[in-house]
Design a binder for this molecule. Structure first.
Ligand code: MLT
Length: 404
């Protein structure tokens, strides 16, 4: 008899964004005439930059001619893209990362989940709470999370680091031993960040304890403040303790185009094994590379005009973030994030799922309930700045009217 992975039976409910989509679909089916404004899942609305489109068109034409057609590409990504990544995302920031430490992939979400393949099932995993649910759920699937304790809404073997207004959204270093530490800054969902000094403490901790930091930098393009690191490799010593995930999704509108990359430094060694070598083995065995056309599109993000166009789109989302942040503050709400991030996180007058439902049913605005990100997210709501500008203003008006 084929036996199943029983860890799946321990997973509570459905994936957060699937549950939200289900509630939204049920509401829309009953209220087909209501125009909902969707500021829930962090999905972009602005089209791809013209430079990206042009590069992709050109690449499509190449695929249509015998002389320029390409079959399988290198699993790790084409050199043209890996070199552009190194030059712009690392060298320009003083971080010594080389092209053979970059693995181009179809998404930071997949990589954040798949990275567990190279780690033993008995590692202790630490996550911030609230947390992007992928870190927790994928470790639960791999049998690393222990048992789900429904009364606590926590897993028995996961070390939770509360990241709330009480500690100014700066998690405390673990008090007991942990092996794998997921950090996401600018943070999803709270929209808050760590300064370079604050991140340095984590790098020092990980090096001292032989832990590995899994650093999710998917939102770095939204950083506006100088003292906030764009990559963990700006911090000395990170190359011996950190793996980093980047994505073109939020930076350049690639949520539907799928392109991201993971950095595994060659200096990162555990138990005598190179994690770069292990990830390379995993990647080449289980993945056949991102489509050539998409990689040409991603490369164009780093061209002069590409960078300028992408910056304009980000500025547009940043303006939405400002509108949401200031609008909600005006209504007397306690509001966080939105300065170095497309996410705004605010305290709710009631529990977060009830407030989510109220916003959906009465204000017709889709958000994400904080409790969906972990127990310390209770009492908060997350709103994204990725919407259309007019819709965003209208959503803020509707929320304010509801709270009057
Ligand atoms: C989110 O809304 O948290 C993100 O869009 C999810 C993701 O990037 O997978």
């Amino acid at each position: 008899m084929a036996k199943i992975n029983e860890n799946y039976s321990k997973l509570p409910g459905s994936y957060l964004f699937a549950e939200i989509a289900r509630r939204v679909a049920a509401f829309s089916a009953e209220n087909p005439d209501v125009k909902l404004i969707k500021l829930g899942i962090g999905d972009v609305t602005w089209p791809l930059a013209p430079a990206v489109i042009e590069a992709m068109h050109k690449a499509v034409d190449e695929m249509g001619r015998k002389e320029t057609f390409r079959g399988y590409g290198p699993e790790q990504g084409y050199d043209f893209l890996r070199n552009a990544i190194v030059a712009h995302d690392f060298k320009a920031r003083g971080a010594e990362i080389t092209a053979d430490e970059i693995f181009v992939s179809d998404g930071a979400k997949s990589d954040c989940g798949n990275i567990g393949d190279i780690f033993s099932a008995d590692n202790v995993v630490a996550v911030c709470d609230p947390v992007y649910p992928v870190y927790v759920d994928t470790n639960a699937m791999a049998g690393r999370a222990g048992e789900y304790l429904s009364e606590l809404e926590k897993w028995s073997n996961i070390y939770y680091m509360p990241t709330t207004s009480e500690n100014s959204f700066v998690p405390e270093l673990p008090k007991t031993h942990v092996d794998l530490i997921y950090l996401c800054f600018p943070n999803n969902p709270t929209g808050t960040t760590l300064t370079k000094d604050q991140l340095r403490q984590w790098v020092d901790y990980a090096n001292e304890h032989d832990a590995v930091i899994l650093f999710d930098a998917a939102y770095e393009a939204f950083i506006t403040e100088d003292d906030v690191p764009h990559t963990i490799y700006e911090i000395p010593g990170a190359e011996t303790c950190a793996i980093e995930f980047h994505s073109f999704s939020k930076t350049a509108g690639f949520t539907g185009n799928r392109c991201a990359y993971t950095v595994v430094p060659k200096a990162l060694i555990r138990q005598g094994q190179s994690l770069n070598g292990m990830w390379n083995r995993r990647h080449t065995t289980k993945f056949n590379g991102v489509p050539y056309v998409v990689q040409r599109g991603a490369e164009a993000v780093y061209s002069e005009e590409g960078m300028q166009q992408v910056r304009q789109t980000i500025a547009f989302y940043q303006e939405n973030a400002r509108v949401i942040r200031e609008g909600l503050k005006e209504a007397g709400l306690e509001v966080y994030g939105g300065v170095n991030s497309p996410y705004i996180w605010f305290k709710t007058p009631t529990d977060s799922w009830s407030f989510f439902d109220r916003l959906l049913k009465e204000a017709h605005v889709v958000t994400t309930p904080g409790a969906g990100f972990g127990p310390s997210g209770e009492g908060y709501i997350r709103v994204t700045a990725f919407g259309d500008a007019e819709d965003t203003k209208e959503a803020v008006r509707r929320i304010l009217d509801l709270l009057k």
